[in-house]
Structures are given as C-alpha cells and as structure tokens.
Design a protein around this ligand. Structure first.
Ligand SMILES: [Zn+2]
Length: 218
C-alpha cells in the first residue's frame, strides 16, 4: 500500500498546558519597537537551516483562518492547526480550530478557550488520527514578523516535555483589505530560530486529504 502520510503521535497534544500561547506581545503593536527587538536579537530567522517542506492548507482550513480573523477585526485572535505530516514531510492542515466561545480578546492580547479547543482536538484525534501541528494568530496593522513573545511561546511548545511537540508551524495573519495575508513560520526543537515556510491551498478533495481523513481503524 502506498504510504501517503505519517502516523501521528500516539497521544493527543495537551494544548491546555500553555495559556500564554497566542497572547500577542505589546511590542507587536508598536512596530518600530518590535523591529528593534528583532534586529537586536535576530530570533526571527535561522539562516543556517534549510526548510524544504511546505504547509498545505485545505480550502476549508484556510477559509476558517480568514473567518476567524475577520470575525474579530478590532482585537487579536487566533487558533490551532490540526492535521498530519505527509510522506514528504509537508504539514497537511485539513482542520483549524478557532479561538473558542470563551476566548478573551483585547487589542494587543488574547487568550484562547483552551478547554473548548482541547475537546475538539481530541474528537478529531480519535476520529481521524490527526493532531496539533501549530498555532496561528493575527497581528495588528501590517506587522507580519513574529514578536519576541511569539518566539518564546513557540520555543516552549517545541521544547517542553509537557507539549511533546518536536516541530510546529506558527503562521501570522494580517488583515488586508477585505481579506487576510498569511505568513507561516517553522520552528523545531533543533532550529536556532523561526524560518519562513512556503505554503499553498489545496482542494478539500485532494488525494492527500482523502487519505489523511480516512477514519482510524479500531
Ligand atoms: Zn505575535
């Protein structure tokens, strides 16, 4: 049988172990200050690492990100990306879980409703054997680079034994006219910093999606 996707971890990721994940650092709002931090720390790029894999959002998943961002145009918001790695090590994302009904949002910070997210993630894990692959959040204005806070949170996710996530993607979305623009960044346990990762939108009926979404055999 053709191997089309890798088996995800045996256990569902416990996203509830880090409430600070998608809070946007105040520096994100002050673009000039944030750029200064970037230039001093240079945490947003790992120049030595070559990332050849890409992110494959299904049309439905991408629409969910757009919908979440446009639903809260005055405040921060975000969500988690759920799917599995393909045989080519690409990140296949058929599901996006939004911020949730009890998420707390303000202009520069937001805290997702993690128990709601966890419940949906567990349902998807049981049904389709898909798991947490990353988190996205929207930045104010046109600031598409990750903040220091973003980097610290991503580093925590990819290095903490509590999360048990070796690598993940962390897209930043900004509003653009009536839509959004998205900038995914990759970080693994061995990365020295974020790396921009290419992405594309694929059909909901793409063969990789159909293969990934076959129900888990019991
Ligand atoms: Zn941010």
């Amino acid at each position: 049988m053709e191997r089309t996707s890798q088996i995800p971890g045996r256990f569902v990721v416990r996203i509830s172990q880090d409430l600070g994940l998608q809070e946007v650092d105040g520096a994100c709002r002050r673009a000039s200050a944030c750029r200064l931090v970037c230039s001093l720390r240079d945490f947003s790029q790992d120049r030595g690492e070559v990332v050849t894999m890409k992110v494959l959002f299904t049309q439905r998943a991408y629409s969910s990100i757009v919908k979440e961002c446009l639903a809260f145009p005055k405040t921060e918001t975000g969500g988690i990306l759920v799917g599995r790695k393909t045989a080519d090590s690409d990140f296949l994302i058929p599901f996006v879980i939004g911020s949730g009904p009890k998420a707390k949002r303000s202009q520069s910070r937001f805290t997702p409703d993690v128990s709601w997210q966890q419940e949906i993630l567990e349902g998807l894990f049981k049904r389709y054997a898909v798991n947490y692959l990353g988190s996205f959040h929207r930045h104010p204005g046109t600031y598409y680079q990750p903040s220091l806070r973003d980097y610290r949170n991503a580093r925590k996710i990819t290095s903490s034994p509590d999360w048990d996530v070796y690598e993940a993607i962390f897209p930043i979305a900004i509003l653009n006219g009536g839509g959004i623009q998205i900038y995914p960044y990759y970080l693994s346990r061995k990365s020295k910093g974020f790396k921009p990762i290419s992405w594309e939108i694929i059909s909901n009926k793409h063969h990789l999606v159909r293969s990934a979404l076959q129900r888990r055999k019991r």
